[in-house]
Design a protein around this ligand. Structure first.
Ligand code: FAD
Ligand code: NAD
Length: 471
């Protein structure tokens, strides 16, 4: 290729990591190409992850609330019916609106978007199998790997995305399964279990560990969440491992047994969701052609400036280290472009919030009690229940609490853990406080509007620093 044809940055993958890097680099005046094979931009998150799942969670919650939670509020409703086809159309509309919006943003920032599969030909050249047939190649001064992740399969259970599904099939079922089994009680398992249980399915979640919620969730909050979800009708089998599956009959059969040696039993269902985690995706990328390393879990190995062994080939998002979250991918995407353009960038990995969008939501940032204990760090705990918060009481949604952890000597905030209505929005305040190195007293002395759920956040800080007023 001639000098003129060489791009400043070629990005493989148009998910959150890839498209955000593309926009940022465009804004920085760089010549950018983004290669995406899916046919639409936005990756897992916009197409089959965050966005469609939240649409289903929102609307299934509304349906469930109208069915079961109106009478005592003084609202009498008539015949309530589920129109699953329309529910799915509403979801598809959110997805297509957002993915088209991203395409517009790439155009606006002068990014070349190629629909196809990118493969390393050499250290600067990516050959692209075009979706419409044919092949082309792009040359980049810098290359960014942003190829994301895929669902981890369960050995012996073949995914058909109809009866044995990953989250991708679970957000597109054509009818409500009578019985659904979920393997894995992490975030995907619990969000999807919530959707289908609300829509009428009899759902059982099988979790290997003694706690649901996946990695990072504070144990006290995880227990509270399980109790509430159980009350809503989801069944749990914790401390249970799935041995094998049989899909030959009308009903899918799963052989399970207690994690620490116990008697086996057979569970049956119409649909089985495999939600045991996700793994980095580098299929067809041709990493071997350039000698870029992956670790034992398939993650692309990088240094603190996102450089692989080949310094002008960098990598961000789900395909490398760290939590598999869209906002983490987004932070890294901005930082990596800053490293390329200016030589410095910044992501605070100690300050990345997590949210589980069940009802009530669970959200946290910073360290959990078990993490602090394990690290031998001393801490003070302050909690405040939503049952003592005026807004939660007026809304008749009082399940949950705010829990804060702070350093007993300096009072510096170490972690915030919330289970409750709107926890996912409220955690932004905790994240900001943690990022700014706030003490619990700083928060306790900050005026919060009344009546708001956020007052529970302030009162938990008061309880950490001294005493809450309303509890
Ligand atoms: P991806 O989004 O996976 O994007 C990578 C893209 O690269 C894909 O579109 C793929 O087609 C493309 N690609 C791969 N190889 C090639 C190639 N060789 N050539 C061209 N293109 C290629 N996170 C949250 O923060 N909040 C949530 O609420 C949330 N909900 C989720 C719900 C579900 C059901 C799932 C599955 C995930 C959810 N996540 C959520 C996680 C989130 O989707 C990911 O963290 C995020 O998508 C990671 O972005 P990424 O760009 O690194 O990877
Ligand atoms: P996860 O790692 O969160 O949870 C997987 C769960 O499955 C764990 O609790 C684990 O103990 C259990 N498990 C593993 N093997 C098992 C087995 N053989 N039998 C029974 N249980 C088993 O993974 P996930 O829920 O699949 O989610 C994948 C990724 O997607 C996560 O990184 C998550 O952060 C991300 N995601 C985020 C959101 C969100 O932010 N709201 C939503 C969905 C997905």
């Amino acid at each position: 290729a001639t000098e003129a044809e060489e791009k400043d940055l070629v990005i493989i993958g148009g998910g959150v990591a890839g498209y955000v890097a593309a926009i940022k680099a465009g804004q920085e005046g760089m010549k950018v190409t983004c290669i995406e094979k899916r046919g639409t931009l936005g990756g897992t998150c916009l197409n089959v992850g965050c966005i469609p799942s939240k649409s289903l969670l929102n609307n299934s919650h509304l349906y469930h609330q109208v069915l079961h939670d109106t009478k005592h509020r003084g609202i009498e409703v008539g015949d309530v019916k589920l129109n699953l086809e329309q529910l799915m159309k509403a979801k598809d509309l959110s997805v297509s609106g957002l993915t088209k919006g991203v395409e517009f943003l790439l155009k606006k920032n002068g990014v070349e978007y190629i629909k196809g599969t990118g493969t390393f030909k050499d250290e600067h050249t990516i050959s692209v199998q075009l979706n419409d047939g044919g092949e082309t190649s792009v040359v980049g001064k810098n290359i960014l790997i942003a190829t994301g992740s895929e669902a981890t399969p369960f050995p012996g259970l073949e995914i058909d995305e109809k009866r044995v599904v990953t989250s991708t099939g679970a957000i597109a079922l054509k009818e409500v399964p009578k019985k659904m089994l979920v393997i894995g009680g992490g975030i995907i398992g619990l969000e999807m279990a919530s959707v289908w249980q609300r829509l009428g399915s009899d759902v059982t979640v099988v979790e290997y560990l003694d706690l649901i919620g996946g990695p990072g969730m504070d144990a006290e909050i995880a227990k509270a969440s399980q109790k509430i979800l159980k009350k809503q009708g989801i069944s749990f089998k914790t401390n249970t491992k799935v041995l094998s599956g049989d899909t030959t009959g009308d009903q899918i059969k799963l052989e399970v047994e207690a994690a620490k040696g116990g008697k086996a039993e057979t569970l049956e269902a119409d649909v089985v969701l495999v939600a045991i985690g996700r793994r980095p995706y580098t299929g067809g990328l041709g990493l071997e052609n350039v000698g870029v390393d992956v670790d034992e879990r398939g993650r692309v190995v990088i240094d603190s400036e996102y450089r692989t062994k080949v310094p002008h080939i960098r990598c961000v998002g789900d395909v490398t280290f760290g939590p598999m979250l869209a906002h983490k991918a987004e932070e890294e995407a901005v930082a990596v472009v800053e490293y390329i353009k200016k030589g410095y960038g910044h992501v605070n990995y100690g300050c990345i919030p997590s949210v589980m969008y069940t009802f009530p939501e669970v959200a946290w940032v910073g360290q959990s009690e078990q993490e602090l204990k394990k690290a031998g760090i001393k801490y003070r705990v302050g909690t405040f229940p939503f049952s003592a918060n005026s807004r939660a009481k007026t809304n008749l949604d009082t399940d949950g609490m705010v829990k804060m952890l702070a350093d007993p000597e300096t009072d510096r905030l170490l972690g915030v853990h919330i289970i409750g209505p709107n926890a996912g929005e409220m955690i932004a305040e905790g994240t900001l406080a943690l990022e700014y190195g706030a003490s619990s007293e700083d928060i306790a002395r900050t005026c919060h509007a009344h009546p708001t759920l956020a007052e529970a956040f302030k009162e938990a800080a008061m309880a950490t620093h001294g005493k809450a007023i309303h509890f």
